[in-house]
Structures are given as C-alpha cells and as structure tokens.
Design a protein around this ligand. Structure first.
Ligand SMILES: C[S@@+](CC[C@H](N)C(=O)[O-])C[C@H]1O[C@@H](n2cnc3c(N)ncnc32)[C@H](O)[C@@H]1O
Length: 228
C-alpha cells in the first residue's frame, strides 16, 4: 500500500517549488470547458494550482468560487490573476466544507495526484447538495501511450514522482458505489504547449496523432461528469 502521508508531503514540497503550472494552450482548455457543465451557485475547484483552467471559467452563474490547493505559492499566483475567486490552502483528501453546501465540485488533473483519491470522492459527495455536480478531467491509464510515458518518466521530467494515471472505469465504479448518479465518461486528447514537452516533441506528435482516434484505448484523458 502506498504511504499516503509521505506522498502528500512530497507532492506539497514539489508544488510549493513551482511558481506556475501551465501546460495547455487556451484553445485546448476552452475545448475541455465546452464539454462540461458550466458552474453555478457555490463552486469548489480542487487542486486548482495556479488556475490554468480557472482563468477561462465562466463565473456568471457562480455565487462563490473557491480554489483549493496544497500549494500556497500556486494559490498566490492564482489570486493575483483572479482576485474575484476565494483561495483555500488545504488537502483535497480531507475537505473541510459544510456538508450539503456546495453546488459543483471541479477537479482538473488533480485526482491522479492524490494517494487517497477515494477520500476526495467521498468528501466531494458529502459537501455537495442534492443534484450537485462532480466533474473531473484526468489522464487516462488505458490510453496506449501512457505505458510508454511511464517508461520514459525519468527522461521526460513531466510528472511528479508519485502521480499515477487513472483507469476511467475504476473511477466510475467508485463514484457509483459512493452513490453518485448519471456517471458519464468522455474521452479527449488535449493539446500540450510546446515548452512543456521540450525535446521529445517529435515523439509526442506521433503519439498525439494516434491518440486522436476515438475511444478509451486511444484518447489520452477522460472527463467524468456525475451528480449527487
Ligand atoms: C497537475 S497540477 C493541476 C493544477 C491545475 N488543476 C491545472 O490543471 O493546471 C496538480 C495540482 O494538485 C495539487 N495537489 C496535489 N496534491 C494535493 C492535495 N493533496 N490536495 C490539494 N491539492 C493537491 C498540486 O499542488 C497541483 O497544483
């Protein structure tokens, strides 16, 4: 079993040393946001980082929008560019919001950094009001090229030591067993910024072209939407 305290501490150290995390171009982010329900009411974004997605969120129907992350440094960066959102330093595996007080929970590329992601899913369920939405966007472990990426992990320098790719069907099963309804999966292959991929860009382009084929085995990320 993975040592969750040790991993979470290492993740915190890693992310406190990053000033920004910005790997997707605007077009790619907007494409993802178009595929998911718009936020409304009281909204929480978990593992928000420096707000790569938050920057493009349509806040018009939100009463409050709170970004939670384990890194104060990334949250400070987020607050600087988006003063209208609330920031909250915290652990997504131990949510401290009032039960049944939140309308929507979003998590973009965050769940796969949590050694106790079940606690995050259960915590999200508890804080959501009835009919409240849970939405996540995560790297798909079933995509053919993830295996290659894991082998190249050290060389690529793209991943933290302990992040894992997620099996979408396993996450769906967990959400269903917690009690979430209408659990739906979409598969997507988003674009990366060139500077994020570095010298391995040619290899990445080839894999990305194949990853444009539809379905679980090809697309590199998945989006899950569901409700309480
Ligand atoms: C891959 S980044 C994604 C950031 C942002 N959502 C985005 O898409 O740019 C993962 C984020 O998860 C945060 N994180 C890692 N473990 C966490 C935890 N236990 N609780 C809250 N945030 C965590 C990191 O600080 C980092 O900002």
């Amino acid at each position: 079993m993975r040592d969750s305290i040790k991993i979470t501490t290492k993740e915190k150290e890693y992310w406190e040393n990053k000033e920004e995390f910005d790997w997707m171009p605007k077009k790619g982010i907007l494409e993802i946001l178009r595929k998911i329900p718009r936020p409304w009411g009281h909204v929480v974004e978990l593992c928000a980082g420096s707000g790569m997605f938050t920057r493009y969120v349509d806040f018009r129907n939100c009463n409050t929008y709170t970004c939670l992350d384990i890194s104060q440094r990334l949250l400070d960066k987020l607050k600087f560019s988006l003063p209208q959102v609330n920031i909250l330093l915290g652990d997504a595996q131990n949510l401290n919001f009032k039960e049944k007080s939140i309308d929507c929970v979003y998590i973009y590329a965050g769940l796969h950094h949590l050694p106790r992601l079940d606690s995050c899913l259960l915590g999200s369920y508890k804080i959501l009001k009835a009919e409240g939405k849970f939405i996540c966007f995560e790297p798909n472990a079933d995509c053919f090229y993830r295996f290659i990426m894991l082998k190249l992990r050290g060389l690529l320098g793209l991943y933290t030591e302990d992040e894992v790719f997620l099996n979408p069907l396993a996450i769906t099963g967990k959400l269903n067993s917690i009690g979430f309804k209408n659990v739906k999966i979409k598969y997507v292959t988003p674009s990366y910024k060139l500077k994020h991929i570095g010298i391995l860009y040619p290899l990445f382009i080839i894999m990305k072209l194949i990853a444009l084929l539809p379905g679980r085995r090809f697309q590199s990320f998945f989006i899950i939407t569901c409700e309480k």
